[in-house]
Design a protein around this ligand. Sequence first.
Ligand code: ATP
Length: 322
Amino acid sequence: MKRVAVLTSGGDSPGMNAAIRAVIRSAEHFGFQIFGVRFGYRGLIKGDFVPFTSSDASGIIQRGGTILKSARSDEFMTKEGRQKAADQLKDKKIEALVVIGGDGTFRGATVLAKEHGIKVVGIPGTIDNDLIGSDETIGYDTALNTAMEAIDKIRDTADAHERLFLIEVMGRHAGFVALETGLASGAELVILPEYNRDIDEIKSSLKEILKVHSRSTLVIVAEGEQTGGAVKLGEQLEPEFKQYDMRVAILGHIQRGGSPTAHDRVLASRLGYEAVKALKDGLSGVMVGVINNEVEITPLEETFEKIKKIDFDLVELSKVLR
Ligand code: ATP
């Protein structure tokens, strides 16, 4: 095998550039010619390839976003779309693809490999941390720190007015960001998709908390929790909690941006190298990850077919420490 391509797909996450850098430099190290594919699977279908050399990896380790751009592609969800993508790769004599993204990206890579015999290796890059096969995904740590810093600032103003704040963080299906930012910022309550509480339960927890907390009260709400996120939850709470001068803040896309933390840069560097090494070793249809600080190789399908569980001990801890 001589030619390998790399792409970033789905929601971007801080540290993707550090992973691209590691893939480029490791490919050179192992003697592969390396190409970038711009705009994920959409670019793959169009043949939007750029040849990379080591110098393209300069000065990007600290940058958020992705120099390769990212995209979502409905066309790639069709057999015809994937045929076009495979034709583009075959045309350029590229035999293997490194995909950096989340579960959707890995689902796509899995079918591409099965239908067309393209070798694929996945690198977990998503702020959601919702993939089996790695304790953490690239971008998760940065997103946690970004959210925590924003919440610290909200705490100052909430204290000043003794307000109740509902703060929505990202996580459509997974509450990892909500749970850990809640713990890190000393929030009084966290509401998670995995730990459904109906509105009456939420109200009674909140009433209990408000009995003891006179300074300020922060509730961290994962966007995908069952009441429908912070705005809808706020509407349902408003009539009974009027006297607390409640405010809603949605942290939104700031959680995806910014310079990656040292932790994410190191993780991305390790996984970029391991992905190329896996290809060199003849592996395909796998994701590289880190579990208990050891590199682990997991079949791609396992990474998204099973649901990664949040740590319920941390949920209990957040209740004790609130
Ligand atoms: P994140 O969860 O961080 O947003 P992701 O990789 O899960 O990242 P998605 O938008 O779910 O992001 O998926 C990225 C792309 O992968 C989709 O736009 C689509 O082109 C492709 N994809 C997703 N699921 C499938 C599937 N079942 N079959 C083929 N392609 C898929």
